[in-house]
Design a protein around this ligand. Structure first.
Ligand code: CTP
Length: 401
């Protein structure tokens, strides 16, 4: 069920609905009366293919607020305005949407959008705290341009991001507990590039999607998140996340070593290019040149190993291993050896090649722990894998505190 609040961001929620139905979900839309002043019922009906009501006195014999609350798999509300948060926090039942919230038996995700002043007002802060204390998920809004001349926290996250969170909750209802609240986590994402000359580079196929999913899920589990991103595909910066950019392995190393000093956990999801040219050519290398082997390479530092050597007490460090398996051993054998060699607490092992892991939305693999526990991770969206990684990190942090 998609509840729509009365904010101008309702227009963006049409895209959320379109994506959800395209992904095969049946979505019943319940707008508030105020929402219908921004986007009319015919739009919601056309996009959902279902009738749309907003007041408790429509379709009375069906008792829709009870039937919906008890049968839907997820209630997603966007934009959740300050007024809607207040009514939900007080258990009001003065329209179909709020009445349905009182009968809900499924996860409820409220995605706020409002001006920064309203988001930071003590009344809203208290309402959000009350809702969260009851297990209702209130997403962290994005920062950016607001309606009018405003800029700040309170912007509706992008539709793709909302759909990603909703999809995660449909796969796993308990994927977003607030167990990273008060923690600072550092994540690397994407693939570094080493320039060979002004035109060419050494690189890899990483899109950064897994690192972004880790950042998005951590932020919604309450963490302060710093994401160091290198050459990611055109990905949306996750709501409420500080994003730093790096291009080469050296830039990524600098950014991570600086930020890691204050981090409770570091997740190294980036694909770092192992080699760089001894000196990049200042001019374009010509194939007609006399040098038959124009590029000499040196090894880049292993950032993960360096992070582990310098880690502050109690910090949890997670590595990733993209493996194909070969004559020396299968994917898991290589993963176990890498966990021991690098010395991280946890290692996520992905099988790559033949469509696995790189530049796709789904992922699967194993989570290896330095205490010998090995968990096979179910196939699903990258945010699902991220949620299992954070489960393990949060458990470690709890043990150590
Ligand atoms: N990594 C790193 N710095 C590097 C290379 C890798 O921090 N110079 C990190 C990656 O971010 C990942 C982990 O080490 O978390 C494993 O990366 P992977 O490419 O699988 O392993 P390598 O150490 O490069 O070993 P090999 O390529 O020989 O398998």
């Amino acid at each position: 069920m998609l509840g729509v609040g009365g904010g101008v961001a309702a227009y963006k929620v049409c895209e959320v609905l379109r994506r959800l139905t395209e992904n095969g979900h049946q979505v019943r839309v319940i707008p508030t009366e105020a929402a219908l002043r921004f986007v009319g019922a015919p739009t919601w009906e056309a996009l959902s293919g279902l009738p749309v009501h907003h007041d408790l006195f429509a379709d009375v014999p069906e008792v829709p607020h009870v039937r919906l609350g008890q049968t839907v798999d997820l209630i997603l509300i966007a934009p959740a305005t300050a007024d809607l948060l207040a009514r939900a926090a007080h258990g009001r039942a003065d329209d179909l949407l709020c009445a349905t919230l009182l009968t809900a038996r499924c996860p409820v995700l409220l995605v706020p959008a409002m001006h920064t002043e309203m988001w930071e007002h003590p009344a809203t802060v208290q309402n959000v705290a009350v809702l969260r204390s009851r297990g209702t998920l209130v997403a962290r809004p994005a920062s950016g341009r607001l309606t009018g001349a405003g800029w700040g926290a309170g912007r509706l996250p992008e539709p793709a991001e909302i759909v990603d969170l909703a999809t995660l909750l449909l796969c796993r209802a308990d994927a977003l507990p607030p167990d990273l609240t008060g923690r600072h986590v550092l994540i690397s994402a994407g693939g570094t590039r080493e320039p060979l000359d002004p035109v060419r580079y050494l690189g890899n196929r990483s899109s950064g999607r897994q690192g972004y999913a880790l950042a998005r899920v951590a932020a919604q589990r309450g963490a302060r998140v710093t994401l160091v991103a290198a050459h990611t595909a055109e990905l949306i910066d996750p709501a409420g996340v500080e994003v730093l950019r790096a291009s080469t392995a050296d830039q990524m190393r600098q950014a991570l070593l600086t930020a890691a000093v204050q981090a409770d956990a570091v997740v190294m999801a980036a694909a770092v290019v192992d080699f760089r040219p001894v000196t990049p050519h200042p001019n374009k290398i010509k194939k007609s040149g006399v040098d038959p082997d124009p590029v000499s390479l040196v090894l880049n530092p292993d950032i993960l190993v360096e992070l582990i050597h310098r880690r502050p007490p109690g910090q949890v460090v997670v590595g990733f291993a993209a493996e194909t398996g070969d004559s020396e051993g299968d994917v898991l054998t290589h993963g176990r050896a890498k966990l021991a060699r690098k010395g991280c607490d946890l290692l996520v092992v992905n099988a790559v090649g033949e469509g696995g892991a790189f530049d796709v939305n789904h992922n699967t693999g194993w989570l290896l722990s330095d205490d010998g526990v090995e968990t096979e991770l179910p196939e699903g969206p990258k945010s699902l894998l991220a949620s299992y990684v954070w489960d393990a990190v949060a458990a470690r942090l709890k043990q150590r505190s």
